[in-house]
Design a protein around this ligand. Structure first.
Ligand SMILES: Cc1ncc(COP(=O)(O)O)c(C=O)c1O
Length: 443
């Protein structure tokens, strides 16, 4: 029976037959021969509510790797924080957080949340369309719309739901969604939910987009891309891709989850940075990254949003954001607008860290932003190094296949405005000792 093989065309392992998983698990073979992609086939158990037994066995046998995931944070998502590691409190330099501007634990943000808790209580206690809308929600809608120069904005209780709800709420069965092949799952799931046709184009490649658009002529087409790609940390090639979309009469949608408030002179994201705001009818972003809070939003024309308010299921059929979170996001927006120096600091830190990583010969792929993969390219080694880094006090996230191609498994490091030079230098020293020294020893 053949082992699953790496398929360069799909950038994935070909699905392993259930017998292969069985053989690996029952002959105590290397659990790194399997990945999450191998447990999607139906049929291993008769009950769909039961995990496949081979999955459970695999997870148990890979517990050593599994323990690097879902770490418990014991304090705020600050540049230095405390996590639970190996059953003990452990101080770490935090390169794992989307708290890009340090607003999640900013005293003014916390004070605003406290105040809202007193005035509005904890939960919104209803979907926005029926009962969950408060004056704070309305105020945040207005402020986001004004900040982005749009007529209106609407809020979602998660960024994921916002992307999924916007795409599925606007696309219809006869439409085509044309997605960059590194698109976030919220976008892909939104397209699947709309039942429209989906196409992919090669990451950031205008020629590949052109081919995909040509193949799907005669339908309404939506080109979907991202401001900053959350795994690769590179910018979307917005100017060129939007140009190609326009030449086909297609619309363009940009997910600004990782770029909103942290990018562009005024914080209006990658579209501002690349001067394409007036070519994008809708702006989508999240409050979970640079805002340091939770939730998503979309801003655009009143007509489109009025329509979307009735057709985006995660908006219509799900509880609104807690007012306490809305108040925090309002304050975060205010600080992000009045303190552009936070963005300057973030980018200085990112540039500094990038340059030093490159100096150490560490592969950061195509990243040019504060999100940086540290490519290891070999799964077992990544998990071994992951433990070593954590023991030495550096917290980075392992990113395994199928989230990234098998030969690009990596740690993802996110630099923030709150990291001091001392934090970054110490992180670099740990990386040098762990990654570079180990490579030299093995050479
Ligand atoms: C590109 C992108 N879009 C959407 C989301 C979903 O955002 P949230 O975590 O706020 O649900 C993420 C999450 O990381 C993301 O990276």
């Amino acid at each position: 029976m053949a082992a699953p093989r790496w398929n360069p065309a799909t950038r994935g392992i070909e699905a392993a037959p259930a017998e292969f998983c069985h053989k690996v698990m029952n002959q105590n073979q290397d659990p790194f021969k399997l990945s999450l992609s191998n447990f999607l086939a139906a049929g291993e158990s008769n009950d769909p509510l039961q995990a496949p037994p081979n999955f459970t066995k695999w997870v148990r046998e890979s517990a050593w790797a599994r323990t690097l995931y879902e770490p418990e944070l014991l304090a705020t998502a600050d540049a230095r924080t405390t996590i639970n590691y190996d059953g003990k409190q452990h101080s770490v330099i935090n390169l794992c957080s989307y708290n890009y501007l340090g607003l999640a634990n900013h005293p003014e943000v916390i004070a605003a949340a406290h105040e809202a808790l007193k005035t509005h209580g904890l939960g919104a206690c209803g979907a926005p369309i029926l009962s969950g809308m408060t004056d704070l929600h309305r105020e945040l809608e207005r402020r986001v719309a004004k900040f982005l120069g749009r007529e209106d904005a609407m809020l979602f209780n998660s960024g994921f739901g916002g992307a999924l709800g916007t795409i599925s709420g606007l696309l219809r069965k006869l439409d085509v969604a044309i997605l960059d092949n590194r698109s976030h799952l919220s976008l892909r799931d939104g397209a699947v939910l709309s039942r429209c046709r989906t196409e992919k184009f090669e990451h950031n490649d205008p020629a590949s987009l052109d081919t995909a658009l040509t193949r799907q002529q005669g339908r309404r087409q939506l080109v979907i891309m991202e401001g900053i790609y959350s795994m690769d940390g590179d910018f979307g090639n917005l100017r060129e891709l939007i140009g190609v979309a326009e030449s086909h009469g297609a619309s363009a949608f940009v997910d600004e989850a990782h770029s909103m408030l942290a990018c562009g002179d005024n914080g209006r994201g990658a579209a501002e940075k690349f001067g394409v705001e007036d070519r994008i009818p809708l702006v989508y972003g999240t409050f979970s990254k640079a805002f340091g809070a939770l939730g998503g939003f979309v801003a655009g024309s009143s007509e489109t949003l009025e329509y979307l308010r009735f057709y985006a299921h995660p908006y219509v059929y799900s509880c609104a954001l807690p007012p306490v979170v809305v108040a925090a996001a309002l304050k975060a927006l205010e600080i992000g607008m009045r303190q552009p120096e936070l963005r300057t600091q973030l980018w200085e830190n990112a540039d500094y860290f990038h340059a030093r990583l490159r100096g150490l010969g560490i592969d950061t792929g195509s990243s040019t932003t504060y999100v940086m993969p540290i490519v290891i390219g070999e799964r077992e080694r990544m998990y071994r190094l992951g433990h070593e880094l954590r023991q030495r006090g550096l917290w980075v996230a392992p990113v395994d296949y199928p989230a990234v191609p098998l030969n690009r498994v990596c740690f993802r490091a996110c630099v923030t405005a709150k990291h001091t030079r001392a934090d970054l230098d110490e992180a670099l020293n740990i990386l040098e000792d762990t990654l570079v020294a180990a490579t030299l020893q093995n050479a």
